[in-house]
Design a protein around this ligand. Structure first.
Ligand code: BMA
Length: 853
């Protein structure tokens, strides 16, 4: 398995093994209780088979009791489900009597009954529950009685009478349920500004019986540790063991490929115990050459020359790394419906768009093991939030206890994954307190700050630090500065410290001056609608207009539909077809064009701010836009639609996250082009000589009006350096009869071996004002490999169009399927604008499609 670049890399076959002789002592018999259970509601009027792992909604849908919950307004129609109580029942036959009954995940509030006797209760979706009980020979009946999460949350709130824990309810536009902060459950399951309210109930992970005679191996985790003064690696291995009696044993840790092995004699004490062993690595590892699990991570917060405040960046294996990527939300309201293929497709899409990082956002779930394994394998770095978002939380004893258990378990489960580089305490809760989202009277503020510190600092941080993982308390935060200010900074959005979240839908997104020049942009974004082919299966004809009830029902962000059009109208003519369906699909499309161009401008601004310090601001070292994926078919900030189809933004991301990228912008009527290089793309410290051909086109023709070439410039890896500077007026005056309205620019970087990175463009006016732009008539044809010299790489095939890189092909075209043996050719019959040269190469054309824009 190889992780890209030299950030952290594996060699396949390198693993820690516990030798057989020792393993035999751990032999555990496992009987899975997964599969068909029966399910009924509280008054017995509904009774049906249900799959475990699974949830009530999925079972009801599968058995035909309800329609697709995502169809039209069904989220509201099926609200009743989460107000009822539901019981899962199974019967099993065993001969062993001393067993552990293990629930890997219960959603959420339940009483567990075995043969008519209560064996335990659950109240936290993120915990694994283990009950020790005596079974009887023969048939045993296991019941899990789930209480309504909505009513439970409301009861908890009632019981908390001393002071309120805001917010009480989500905004009306979200059509959600209240008091989700009182229940340890996926916070977005009560609705979010991109998602429906489906407060799920069920056994969302596996259930099994485990029997053992002497010892049970509960969990193994390993963390590589680097001692920089000795240049030595060690691996700390933690083994969680449950022993029936105190037992002597030996543990051998071995990594044959690294010539490292050590045997430890130990005593396993009665009960559950953590045993820690440290294996010294005998080989000297050069992490830039060897592909191994070993990697170091540092979060660097240190003074910057000419700038107040502190830096905020990640040094991986000793190298500063610009984190490029996005934010991950739950891929479905019903976790049991997220298949391995769905996960892999989304994560591969992140890699295909040249991302190196995803933030698992704090309002969802700690993802399943497979998610992190795929990230390990693909080289995606993970910023992992703890699951607290946009709210205050109670700190009563029971709540703190369940959170402590959750945090210990999750960190233990996930800490071996090299992909996770940082943990963060919550999403936006420092900002919510600091900037008073919930109108908390000044006199009561200390109470909330005390609760905040108690939960995230005194409890979560303490647990996390004990197990050696990197952590900061909130996002956005001022990091070390927030700590100085008592963990809640006066302004957690301060550009001189930590990370920032920034959203503005009203300001012109083509104007880079509106963006904060932050140290690290961990959230920013714009909404768009998914394409018609994604909406069609969950809607009917009367829904297909921008002003329909359906269109406003699916929009969960206040005023979102209007904001998209206002932003689009700044630079594009809004659709005005007299055909209502065409007008609707054109409108969906223009929102995607707007979103792609907005996020492009903002991301390029962050990438070019990597090296600069301007008026004390800069050294930006991360750009994670909001958000990668969708939970259902609705407008959102995502770049990938529910179902996996790429929005236009995702195609744009493939370019704006490229390792080598030229970025153009204007300042005081002067055009600057910067060359952004990631260190991995140019490992040589000296950098490399880069040229920048700039081509000027008129909107009317495919042939260039003129081409300018910059002098070669030595560009070091890991920097953003100005490579071209010219007043626009002078540039145009030297180039035919070009004006701002008739011409535009494209440019790319070249070194002695040819073009490096994608071509980019710079518009000199809004497309709505462009003179000469004509309606294109484009056909997409499947062409078989045998008929073309190149091997199915659509970028090459479209080389003819590459210079004319800047326009916007409807994503309907991009969603086509393509076998490996075929490639796609776009023909512009009128040889006119707009043409975009990007097609997703893993997708394909199964039929001939024509369209015009
Ligand atoms: C951010 C996120 C989410 C939200 C998004 C868009 O602040 O943390 O809570 O969905 O904004 O509003």
């Amino acid at each position: 398995m190889t992780l890209r670049g030299n950030i952290f890399i594996f060699v396949s076959g390198v693993f820690l093994c516990l030798f057989d002789g020792v393993l035999s002592g751990f032999l555990t018999e496992t009987l899975s209780l997964n599969g068909k259970w029966s399910l009924s509601n509280s008054n017995g009027s509904l009774s049906l088979p249900a799959e475990v792992p699974g949830c009530v909604h999925s079972a009801l849908q599968k058995q035909g009791f309800i329609q697709d919950p995502y169809f039209r307004f069904n989220d509201v129609s099926y609200r009743w489900i989460a107000f009822d109580n539901w019981t899962y029942t199974t019967t099993f036959n065993v001969s062993k009597q001393k067993v552990l009954l293990v629930f890997d995940g219960v959603d959420t509030v339940a009483t567990i009954w075995l043969n008519g006797v209560i064996v335990g209760n659950t109240d936290n979706m993120f915990c694994r529950y283990v009950f020790r009980d005596t079974l009887k020979d023969g048939d045993n009946v296991l019941k899990v009685s789930l209480s309504s999460p909505v009513l439970y949350a409301s009861e908890q709130r009632e019981a908390h009478s001393a002071y309120r824990i805001p917010p009480e309810c989500p905004p009306d536009v979200q059509k959600g349920e209240c008091h989700v902060n009182f229940i340890r459950k996926e916070q977005s399951s009560f609705s979010w500004d991109w998602g429906p309210s489906f407060p799920t109930m069920g056994l969302w992970k596996g259930v099994q019986l485990e029997a053992f005679d002497v010892l049970q191996l509960v969990q193994v985790s390993s963390v590589p540790l680097y001692n920089s003064s000795l240049s030595e690696w060690r691996v700390q291995v933690e083994i969680l063991v449950d022993a029936v009696q105190t037992t002597n044993g030996q543990i051998t840790l071995s990594i044959p490929e690294l010539d490292s092995e050590q045997t430890f004699h130990t005593q396993f004490l009665f009960g559950k115990n953590k045993n820690t062993f440290v294996l010294h690595i005998n080989m000297v590892l050069d992490t830039s050459l060897l592909q191994v699990y070993f990697r170091t991570v540092e979060l660097v917060q240190e003074p910057i020359v000419r700038s107040p405040g502190l830096s905020f960046y990640f040094r991986i294996n000793g190298k500063p790394i610009f984190l490029k990527g996005s934010n991950w939300i739950p891929a479905h309201s019903f976790q049991d419906q997220i298949s391995p293929a769905v996960l892999r497709n989304l994560l591969q899409s992140a890699v295909d768009a040249n991302m190196n990082t995803l933030r698992v956002w704090g309002g969802g779930v700690y993802e399943q093991d497979l998610f992190y394994s795929i990230c390990d394998e693909l080289g995606i770095m993970i910023w992992q939030d703890f699951m607290f978002a946009c709210a205050m939380y109670p700190t009563v004893d029971d709540f703190i206890q369940t959170v402590r258990e959750e945090v210990s378990q999750q960190v233990q489960r996930l800490k071996s994954h090299p992909s996770i580089i940082i943990w963060s305490g919550n999403n936006e809760n420092e900002a919510a307190l600091a900037t008073d989202w919930f109108n908390i009277p000044a006199s009561q503020r200390p109470v909330y700050i005390k609760d905040y510190v108690m939960l995230y600092v005194n409890n979560i941080r303490k647990i996390v630090q004990d197990v050696i993982v990197r952590f900061f308390v909130s996002s956005p935060t001022n990091g070390a500065e927030s700590e100085q200010e008592g963990w809640v900074a006066a302004n957690p959005y301060d550009t001189h410290y930590g990370d920032t979240h920034f959203y503005s839908y009203i300001l012109d997104c083509w104007d880079w001056r509106t963006f904060p020049r932050t140290r690290f942009a961990s959230e920013y974004g714009f909404q768009s609608w998914p394409s018609f082919s994604t909406l069609q299966p969950v809607s009917i004809k009367e829904d297909w207009s921008y002003n329909s009830n359906f269109t406003s029902h699916r929009q969960h962000h206040e005023d979102g539909n209007r904001q998209m059009l206002l932003q689009a109208a700044l630079h594009f003519n809004l659709p005005n077809s007299t055909d209502p369906l065409k007008r609707f699909t054109d409108t969906l499309y223009i929102t995607q064009v707007m979103q792609a161009q907005c996020v492009k401008t903002q991301t390029e601004f962050y990438r070019r701010s990597q090296t600069e310090i301007i008026e004390g601001e800069g050294h930006t070292m991360g750009a994670l836009y909001w958000q990668l994926n969708d939970i259902w078919q609705a407008p959102s900030w995502s770049s990938i639609e529910f179902g996996g189809k790429w929005k236009m933004l995702h195609y744009f991301a493939q370019n704006f996250f490229a390792d080598v990228l030229p970025v153009g912008f204007e300042d005081a009527d002067t055009l600057f082009i910067l060359c952004c290089l990631r260190p991995e793309s140019r490992p040589d410290a000296q950098g490399c000589g880069m040229f920048l051909p700039v081509t000027v086109y008129s909107w009317t023709h495919l042939d260039p009006v003129c081409t300018l070439k910059s002098d070669p410039l030595l560009v070091p890896g890991g920097s953003a350096v100005a490579i071209f500077k010219q007043p626009v007026a002078a540039l145009l005056a030297g180039c035919g009869h070009c004006t701002r309205l008739t011409c535009l620019l494209t440019f790319h970087l070249e070194d002695s071996s040819g073009q490096q990175g994608p071509a980019n463009h710079h518009f000199l006016c809004s497309p709505k004002d462009a003179q000469g732009l004509q309606r294109a008539n484009i056909t997409v044809l499947p062409i078989f490999q045998t008929s073309l010299p190149n091997k199915g790489r659509s970028r090459e095939t479209l080389g003819h169009f590459r210079p004319l890189h800047s326009a916007f092909i409807p994503t309907e075209t991009k969603g086509m399927k393509c076998a490996k043996t075929c490639t796609i050719l776009i023909k512009d019959h009128m040889m006119n604008w707009p043409i975009l040269t990007l097609l997703h190469t893993s997708q394909s054309a199964t039929s001939l499609i024509s369209f015009a824009i």
